[in-house]
Design a protein around this ligand. Structure first.
Ligand code: 3SK
Length: 496
């Protein structure tokens, strides 16, 4: 792999929009269909509104909130063209989570889809976009002639939030060059997206898996992308057939559901299936291969590294393993002191490459980045051929249907219910979702067990997908003599 070299002055949005011919189809979704020239025009209009009308200066942060559709892409690119820092937030987040993100990211303003204005902190200057909104009125006075800000390759382009194990989200910073690097490694060398490709998928573009797969990769390759807002797996398969999709990004749960719904034949026109977000069971890989002849490209990435760093494609794939280090990255299994463990021995997965983990607030940095290695928090084993196999999360994160859910965050939500005196949240292994969020709850004396009421309470407090699907009522939680919760006891109980 030739070393990735970028000029010192680099604006990722300008690069992503500059290449392909203007008339080429670029992005469609929600009834909109834009060519590259049209996306370029709208992104430049957004940048002009931000700088000339709203007073944004380079380095200011802009919170973004909305579903996967073309205007979110125009806003994201517009922020980068203006030299701003995009802070994309998952559309399902609620006020509590958005308050924390605002507190940490300190955005100067927010661009929010007109259907998602609820739950945005009221003291944040917010401009609605899409349809007949404030932004639509504002961009009308700009002709799209905005000159992109000449950012440095190492200027921060985006803050990506990850749910920390403590329940408090953590922001990771990524540079303009990182945005191009993920396309010039995983996309270029493993997925191999081409200009004629039509890409789609399910991850929100506020999640870096979706941002890369559905925005950065297709744009960098001059391909086109179809953005979908909340589709079921059978609807996804139908859309793939109807829209002529050739590259699909989704999670193992969706591949399994497409197979279960007997919809795999709808993937007949697809060239590449990509899976990330959770580990892909060998059984799903083989079932999809039997049904379609396609070999799913599995991968592991992280918000901290921006995108996928271990993967394999075509004949290199060994189902059940995640693959090998993506060209441009190095991966290793290390002990707690940072020394490599022998092949076949479980240890901490560590990775280094052109992108890297940079937390906005410093306290995690020294724990998660040591000797130039980024520790991912996963326990992995490597074989003699350099294939990495996932064993478990090393911390308290629960990975369910591709979502990273922090056990302590769900506990904090539960403990806010007047009937709950103590609780602990762990994962129960599950064939369908990878893991189920499971709550062990101690009720106040006299309170009647009502799992549905507790589940509703969590859904009202934090993003609904984090609610505990299983609730078990207990009289006490296992604790050490110093009062420390013995999570491993509960994990074993949950797995029984
Ligand atoms: O979960 C993953 O494997 C992943 C992949 C790409 C980008 C981000 C993440 C968290």
């Amino acid at each position: 792999l030739p070393e990735l070299r970028y000029p010192d002055q680099l604006n990722a949005a300008r690069e992503l929009l500059a290449g392909p011919p203007g008339e080429r189809p670029c992005v469609r979704g929600s009834g909109i269909s834009w060519t590259y020239a049209e996306l370029r025009h709208h992104a430049a209009q957004v940048a002009a509104v931000l700088t000339e009308d709203l007073g944004l200066v380079p380095g200011n942060r802009v919170l973004l909130r909305g579903p996967n559709e073309p205007w979110q892409v125009a806003c994201w690119l517009g922020v980068l063209l203006a030299g701003g820092v995009a802070v994309a937030t998952m559309p399902m987040l609620r006020r509590t989570e958005l308050d924390t993100i605002s507190e940490l990211a300190r955005p100067s303003l927010a661009l929010v889809h007109h259907d998602f204005l609820h739950d945005v902190p009221p003291d944040l200057r917010t401009v609605a976009y899409g349809g007949d909104s404030e932004l639509t009125g504002m961009i009308a006075t700009h002709d799209g002639g905005f000159a992109p800000v000449d950012t440095a390759a190492d200027d921060v382009a985006l803050l990506a939030f990850t749910s920390g194990t403590t329940g408090r989200p953590k922001a990771t910073m990524h540079f303009h060059r990182d945005v191009l690097a993920i396309a010039d490694t995983f996309s270029r060398h493993v997925v191999q997206i081409r200009p004629a490709d039509v890409v789609t998928g399910t991850p929100p573009i506020a999640f870096t898996f979706g941002l890369g797969g559905l925005v950065v990769f297709p744009l960098r390759a001059g391909a086109s992308t179809v953005l979908l807002d909340r589709v079921t797996p059978p609807q996804l398969a139908d859309t793939v057939a109807e829209e002529g999709v050739t590259v699909l990004f989704t999670a193992p749960t969706a591949y399994r559901a497409i197979l279960a719904a007997d919809k795999a034949d709808r993937l007949a026109g697809v060239r590449r299936l990509v899976s990330a977000g959770e580990t892909l069971p060998a059984s799903v890989w083989h079932a999809m291969h039997d049904a379609t002849g396609l070999r799913i490209i599995d991968g592991i990435g992280s918000t901290e590294m921006l995108h996928v760093f271990i993967s394999a494609a075509d004949d290199d794939i060994r189902p059940g393993t995640t693959g090998r280090a993506v060209p441009g990255y190095q991966a290793a299994v290390l002990d707690d002191d940072g020394r490599p463990v022998p092949d076949g021995t479980p240890g901490n997965l560590a990775v280094k490459g052109p992108t890297g983990c940079r937390y906005l607030d410093g306290d995690r940095q020294t724990t998660y980045v040591r000797h130039g290695w980024n520790f991912t928090g996963d326990t992995y084993v490597r074989d003699a051929d350099g294939y990495f196999t996932y064993l478990a999360r090393s911390d308290d994160m629960i990975v369910s249907s591709g979502y990273n859910i922090s056990g302590p965050e769900v506990e904090q939500a539960l403990i806010g219910h007047p009937d709950v005196v103590d609780c602990a949240v762990v994962a129960t292994p599950d064939e369908e979702r990878g893991a189920l969020v499971t709550a062990f709850v101690v009720l106040r004396e006299g309170a009647a067990p009502d799992a549905a009421a507790l589940q509703d309470h969590v859904k009202q407090t934090i993003a609904p997908y984090k609610y505990p699907r299983l609730v078990e009522f207990v009289t006490e939680l296992p604790r050490t003599s110093t009062g420390k919760l013995q999570r491993f006891v509960l994990r074993e109980k949950a797995a029984e």
